[in-house]
Ligand binder design. Structure first.
Ligand SMILES: Nc1ncnc2c1ncn2[C@@H]1O[C@H](COP(=O)(O)OP(=O)(O)O)[C@@H](O)[C@H]1O
Ligand SMILES: [Mg+2]
Length: 264
């Protein structure tokens, strides 16, 4: 379970350090295990800042973030990575291009078990990787010795999703992880995302600027505007939302329209 209370983060304004931009202004959020929250909002509404604060990439000015009742305050990003999986927008960001798929998977597996010999047998690991890659349906299990740089963006995101869930994270954080992909590949990676989100014990938080995707995925929705939650939808309400509803909600909350690209 993720609990966020009164989270605040400001950045100095570029060009005038005496002023600040409030990226997240007093956000509260509780996610139960199994929840899949979709986060939407215009550019600069604080979505990535929220994820960065949870992952520990940046520190909050105020507020608490707890996972299963434990405050993350004293934990650096590296330690949080043991129970927080992340996938970024850039397909290259989640794996090392010069390393093979096998090497990348082995690194990801070791991240959670640095001191165990459980996975030391190469043959055993290979069998495990084949077993976990096969259900993705992309044939990646036959390409374990290829360098990661030879894989497509969609294949890399699929592999990154797998790696980020190896250690059954308490939280899976996805920051527009399909927005660099063509529509067909994006749909494939989102279908895998649904599978991974339901296979982990923890919860999933996915940022998207695509309103159709926001409607089709997840059981909860959070709309952000200027660092605040302006609309939230749960279960049945989320299930009945339409793109038109979201556009109407956004403009009634902000007087602005969500960008047309949101309708792709
Ligand atoms: N590291 C940073 N330094 C300065 N300003 C930042 C930084 N990160 C984000 N911001 C600012 O905070 C606001 C929220 O940004 P962000 O969370 O990236 O928005 P979103 O992901 O919703 O597009 C923006 O105005 C952005 O310019
Ligand atoms: Mg962002």
């Amino acid at each position: 379970m993720l609990e966020i209370r009164n989270l605040r983060k400001s950045f100095p304004l570029e060009g005038d350090a005496s002023k600040e931009r409030r990226a997240v202004q007093g956000l509260d959020l509780t996610l139960n295990d199994g929840d899949f929250l979709v986060v939407i909002g215009g550019n600069g509404s604080g979505k990535s800042t929220l994820l960065n604060l949870i992952a520990g990439t940046i520190r909050p000015d105020e507020g608490d973030i707890l996972i299963d009742g434990m405050s993350l305050e004293a934990l650096p990003e590296r330690k949080r990575a043991r129970f927080i999986g992340r996938v970024f927008q850039d397909p290259k960001a989640g794996s090392i291009g010069d390393f093979t798929l096998f090497e990348n998977l082995a690194l990801a597996l070791n991240r959670g078990h640095p001191h165990t010999l459980r996975w030391s047998m190469s043959k055993e690991r290979r069998a495990f990787f084949v077993k976990t890659l096969s259900p993705l349906g992309l044939g990646l299990e036959t390409r374990l010795d290829e360098r990661m740089s030879s894989f497509s963006g969609g294949e890399r995101q699929a592999a990154t999703l797998l790696m980020s869930t190896f250690n059954d994270p308490k939280l899976l954080l996805l920051d527009e992880h399909t927005s660099a992909l063509d529509p067909k590949t994006s749909a494939m990676v989102l279908a895998l995302t649904d599978k991974f989100a339901s296979s982990i014990k923890g919860s999933t938080l996915m940022i998207t600027h695509n309103l159709k995707d926001a409607i089709a995925h997840g059981n909860r929705l959070l709309m952000m505007k200027e660092g605040r939650a302006v609309y939230e939808a749960f279960a049945e309400e989320k299930a009945t939302l339409t793109v038109a509803d979201l556009i109407a909600k956004y403009s009634s909350e902000s007087g602005e329209a969500l960008s047309a690209s949101a309708l792709d």
